[in-house]
Design a protein around this ligand. Structure first.
Ligand SMILES: *Cc1c(COP(=O)(O)O)cnc(C)c1O
Length: 432
C-alpha cells in the first residue's frame, strides 16, 4: 500500500472543523464518504481531468463535479467567457439576451423541448415539472422507479437513489404521509408493474418520471423496448411522460437520451452539464404544456437568480464546445477503453463484476450481474467497492464515493490518464 506516502493531514483537519459547522461536515451527503469509509479529501483546485487537494495530492477525476465538467475542469474558453460576463455584473433579476441564446440552443438540441424555463438546480427543475404535470392533467399521482433520483423534493424521496441509496436511508422523515402516498413506485425496466399501477389508480396518474439511463443507483441502462413501452403506456392512460435528463442531457448525446434512443417524452428536466459548472437547471417540453407556466399561464414557479447571466454564459460556452464534431465519439472511445479495461482487470483478478458505459457515463458493480434495476444493483459487494475506492484514491484516482453513483469522463481525459487509471486498478484489484 502507498499509505506512507499518501498524506491527507490538512484534509482531515479541515473536515474535522467542518463537522462542527455543517451537518456531517458537507453541503451534500454523498461527499462525506460515509459508504466507502475513510475521510473525504478537501479539494483545493481543479483543472482539465485533474483535482489537487489541500495536501498537494493530485488525482485523475472521474466525478467531474457530478457531471458538469464534461469539457474538463476550468476549460479556458469557459473561464474566458465568464471573465467577460463578470464585467457586466453577476445577476440581473431581469431579462437578458443570454437566456434567449441558451434557450434556443436547448430547443434546437433536445427533441421534446419546444419551450424551456431556467431554474437553479436539478431539484428545482424536477420539483417544478411535477407541479406542471399535475396542473396540466388535473391528477395528483406520480409513478417513479426504485433507485431513481429526481432531486430532494418531498414527492421524490420515496425509494430514491443517489445519497438516499448510498446511506441506506429509509424514505426520509419529514415527508408527509399524504405526499408520499401519491408517489407510486415500480422496479426499473418493469413495464408490467407500471401497467398494474395505472390500472389500480384509474385516471389518477399525472405522469411517469424516470432517468432514461439510470446514474443514481449506479449505471443501469434501459432494456430494449422499455422507453418505447412507457411512451405507449402513458399515452394509453392519458398521463405525461417525463425524462429526467439532469444527468444524461448533453452527456450521453448532445440531444440526451431521447435523441440516443429515439423516444420523445412530453417534458424533460435538465441540469448539470447545461450549467457548465455553475448552478443551472431547466425544464421544458411541449408548447401547450409549457404555456401553463406563469406568467404565460396559471402554474406558479419563479426564481430570484434564475437565468443568471454568469450561469447562462457557462452553459452557452459548454454547449458550444460540445457541439463541435467528434465530441461524443471521443467521450465514447475514452470511456470504453476505461470500462473495458476495468472489467477485464477485475475478472482476471478473480472478481465478479458487471458494468458498461454510454458515451462519457459509466459504471461497474461488484457482482456478476446482469443489472436491470435497483434490487440487482444492491447485490454488489459494497465492502469490496469501499476497499477498491480507497485503494484507487491512495493511488491518485478519484472515483465517486458510492457504488450507487455513475462515473463520468470528460474531453480532457487522455489515453495516458486511462492507462494510469488501469495500472492503479491492476494494483488494487489484485490485492483485494
Ligand atoms: C443530480 C440529479 C438531480 C438533482 O439535481 P441537483 O442539481 O443536485 O438538485 C435530479 N435528477 C437527476 C437524474 C440527477 O442526476
Amino acid at each position: 500500500m502507498l499509505t506512507e506516502t499518501f498524506k491527507t493531514t490538512k484534509s482531515e483537519e479541515i473536515f474535522a472543523a467542518a463537522q462542527q459547522l455543517m451537518p456531517g461536515g458537507v453541503s451534500s451527503p454523498v461527499r462525506a464518504f460515509k459508504s466507502v469509509g475513510g475521510q473525504p479529501i478537501v479539494f483545493d483546485h481543479v483543472k482539465d481531468a485533474y483535482i489537487w487537494d489541500v495536501d498537494g495530492n493530485q488525482y485523475i477525476d472521474y466525478v467531474g463535479t457530478w457531471g458538469p465538467a464534461i469539457c474538463g475542469h476550468s476549460h479556458p474558453e469557459v473561464i474566458e467567457a465568464l471573465r467577460l460576463a463578470l464585467d457586466k455584473g453577476t445577476s440581473f433579476g431581469a431579462p437578458c439576451i443570454l437566456e434567449n441564446v441558451l434557450a434556443q440552443m436547448v430547443i434546437d438540441a433536445v427533441p421534446s423541448v419546444e419551450m424551456v424555463r431556467f431554474v437553479n438546480s436539478g431539484t428545482e427543475a424536477c420539483m417544478s415539472v411535477l407541479r406542471l404535470i399535475r396542473a396540466f392533467t388535473g391528477r395528483e399521482k406520480l409513478i417513479k422507479f426504485e433507485g431513481c433520483y429526481h432531486g430532494h423534493a418531498d414527492m421524490f424521496l420515496v425509494k430514491a437513489g443517489s445519497g438516499v441509496a448510498t446511506l441506506g436511508l429509509p424514505d426520509s422523515p419529514g415527508v408527509p404521509k399524504t405526499v408520499a402516498e401519491n408517489t407510486l413506485t415500480a422496479p426499473y425496466n418493469d413495464l408490467q408493474a407500471v401497467r398494474t399501477l395505472f390500472e389500480e389508480n384509474p385516471e389518477q396518474v399525472a405522469g411517469v418520471i424516470l432517468e432514461p439511463v439510470v446514474g443514481n443507483a449506479g449505471f443501469i441502462v434501459p432494456d430494449a423496448g422499455f422507453l418505447a413501452g412507457l411512451r405507449e403506456l402513458t399515452k394509453e392512460y392519458g398521463a405525461l411522460l417525463v425524462f429526467d435528463e439532469v444527468m444524461t442531457g448533453f452527456r450521453i448525446a448532445y440531444g440526451g437520451a431521447q435523441e440516443k434512443f429515439g423516444i420523445t417524452p412530453d417534458l424533460t428536466t435538465m441540469g448539470k452539464v447545461i450549467g457548465g459548472g455553475l448552478p443551472v437547471g431547466a425544464y421544458g417540453g411541449r408548447k401547450d404544456i409549457m404555456s401553463m407556466v406563469a406568467p404565460a399561464g396559471p402554474m406558479y414557479q419563479a426564481g430570484t437568480l434564475s437565468g443568471n447571466p454568469l450561469a447562462m454564459t457557462a452553459g452557452i460556452k459548454t454547449l458550444e464546445l460540445l457541439k463541435r464534431p467528434g465530441t461524443y465519439e471521443q467521450l465514447d472511445r475514452v470511456t470504453g477503453k476505461l470500462i473495458h479495461g476495468l472489467l477485464r482487470i477485475a475478472r482476471e483478478a478473480g472478481h465478479e463484476v458487471y458494468g458498461g458505459h454510454i458515451s462519457g457515463m459509466f459504471g461497474m458493480f461488484f457482482t456478476a450481474g446482469p443489472i436491470h434495476n435497483y434490487e440487482d444493483a444492491k447485490k454488489s459487494d459494497m465492502q469490496k467497492f469501499g476497499k477498491f475506492h480507497r485503494g484507487m484514491l491512495e493511488r491518485g484516482i478519484y472515483l465517486a464515493p458510492s457504488q450507487f453513483e455513475a462515473g463520468f469522463t470528460s474531453l480532457a481525459h487522455t489515453d495516458a490518464d486511462i492507462d494510469k487509471t488501469l495500472e492503479a486498478a491492476q494494483a488494487v484489484l489484485s490485492s483485494l
